[in-house]
Design a protein around this ligand. Structure first.
Ligand SMILES: C[S@@+](CC[C@H](N)C(=O)[O-])C[C@H]1O[C@@H](n2cnc3c(N)ncnc32)[C@H](O)[C@@H]1O
Ligand code: SF4
Length: 447
């Protein structure tokens, strides 16, 4: 890849886990609007639940998640009390005529919860929402500090999918990111989940970390392939020290440059494909028999998913929900969130009501991110006249593409992203983002 081309296409862009992206939410959307949106949900609409646990045992210096370090149980107990209140308030508004098809506990580290809290939270959700048969119940796991009692509690609670954070196995890299996690521990965690019947395992990896090289990455990949996870998420390190203060502890002189990041992403992808994994979207990999490899995927705040529920209910501090009417986000500071829910209210502080044009552009960006195609026909069918200017933008993009990043693929204005363009798909999505450039949001490198 030519350096000037890499520079142009690797300019900072959003990860497009939503459109518009979260920095463009505003405080025009509050608990009152959210309450009205919840009350107007069509009866029978399947739901997905996201529950945020904003606590960790230690801070990883690269971490961009909304979390707080605690060594005590009291703040966790207080937070869970608030969560239970919010579960009551939200479920009262929604009623019981919706099937919940997916539950996801994210963080932070939900695995910090002791067994009795895991069981209490799961049973609160199950008693207030109608869980569909075969519902997916996924939890994010930090292996450090995990014990078999917690693993058994997750199994007893009905968890059937876990996502295990690894990032990198090389000792130099682990020291530089303040995350010491041996292969032996990770292997024990994966084996013990399997022993307790939780067979579906994802591993999170990150490239672009300090002191990572193609050699260290190869060693990490050897270890990861030995674990035989069902899925792998491979994120590019998003370094935003001006916003995320603990990232200032990362030695910037040890960070790979854009060219190295590009080579690392490609090497990791090559190793995974050679190891029998199917590429899913931009940065996920799955075994060929995994549902994620079916090609029928969506994009949400956790990345790629098979979850196609029309409404996602976010519970907990900083959680984002997506309803047919738009996005809502809860207060991020834990004390603020707890105060709002303890008063019996909704904790919504910001969001975005989707216009018809937003919904059309959201469809384009989701399809580009998921299957690398511009869906002109579907756009016309669903959005009529609103689709036409967007289809004209797509035609202009194809005309201006001198680097073979996209290829027109139909009479109706369709195009597909080429193999060369795939790694830059976020930059291609950015061409359809009318909010980008407004406001002061900072984004991470486009590769
Ligand atoms: C909530 S954590 C996963 C669960 C658990 N807390 C852990 O770390 O093991 C979510 C994932 O986001 C990714 N992540 C966090 N900060 C990131 C950053 N700055 N850039 C890229 N990926 C990041 C990591 O791969 C991490 O595993
Ligand atoms: S990466 Fe995971 S364990 Fe580390 S601080 Fe972030 S949320 Fe916590």
């Amino acid at each position: 890849m030519r350096p000037e081309l890499l520079k142009r296409y690797a300019a900072p862009v959003p990860r497009y886990t939503s459109y518009p992206t979260a920095p463009h939410f505003s405080n025009a959307i509050d608990g009152e609007t959210y309450g009205a949106w919840l009350g107007a949900l069509d009866a029978g609409l399947p739901l997905s639940l996201y529950v945020h646990i904003p606590f960790c045992n230690e801070m990883c210096w690269y971490c961009g998640c909304s979390t707080k370090v605690t060594r005590q149980h009291a703040p966790i107990a207080r937070y869970l009390e608030g969560l239970m209140k919010e579960i009551d308030t939200v479920s009262n508004r929604i009623g019981s005529q919706h099937d919940v098809t997916h539950i996801h506990w994210g963080g932070g580290s939900p695995s910090i919860l002791p067994p009795e809290d895991i069981l209490a939270l799961a049973s609160a959700l199950k008693s207030r929402f109608a869980l569909a048969r075969n519902a997916e119940f996924a939890v994010e796991i930090d292996s450090r500090g995990l014990d078999e009692d917690r693993i058994a509690a997750f199994a007893q609670a009905g968890v059937n999918r876990v996502s295990v954070g690894v990032q990198d196995f090389h000792p130099d890299v682990q020291r530089a990111i303040n995350r010491i996690q041996s292969f032996e521990l990770t292997s024990w965690v994966v084996d013990t989940f399997r022993k307790h019947g939780i067979g579906s395992i994802n591993v999170d990896l990150v490239y672009g970390l300090p002191f990572q090289t193609l050699e260290t990455l190869d060693q990490t990949m050897d270890h990861v392939l030995a674990l035989k996870p069902d899925r792998i998420a491979l994120f590019g390190y998003a370094h935003l020290p001006s916003r995320i203060t603990h990232q200032r502890l990362i030695d910037e002189s040890a960070l790979p440059d854009t060219q190295q990041r590009f080579l690392q992403a490609n090497r990791a992808a090559e190793r995974l494909v050679d190891g029998g994994y199917v590429t899913v979207g931009l940065d996920h990999y799955a075994r060929p028999d995994d549902p994620l490899a079916s090609g029928n995927i969506r994009r949400n705040f956790q990345g790629y998913t098979t979850d196609d529920a029309a409404a996602l209910i976010g519970l907990g501090a900083s959680s984002i929900g997506r309803l047919p009417q738009g996005y809502v986000q809860n207060a991020t500071p834990i004390a603020d969130y707890e105060r709002r829910v303890s008063e019996g209210g909704l904790a919504t502080v910001r969001g975005h009501a989707l216009s018809v044009e937003d919904a059309a552009r959201a469809l384009v960006i989701e399809r580009l991110m998921c299957d690398f195609t511009f869906p002109a026909g579907e756009l016309r069918d669903k959005f009529g006249a609103v689709a036409e200017p967007i289809i004209a933008e797509a035609a202009a993009l194809c005309r201006s593409d001198t680097e073979d990043m996209v290829l027109p693929s139909g009479e109706g204005g369709e195009f597909r992203v080429t193999d060369k363009g795939r790694i830059f798909v976020r930059s291609i999505c950015a061409r359809f983002d009318t909010y980008l450039g407004k406001g002061t949001a900072k984004h991470s490198a486009g590769v």
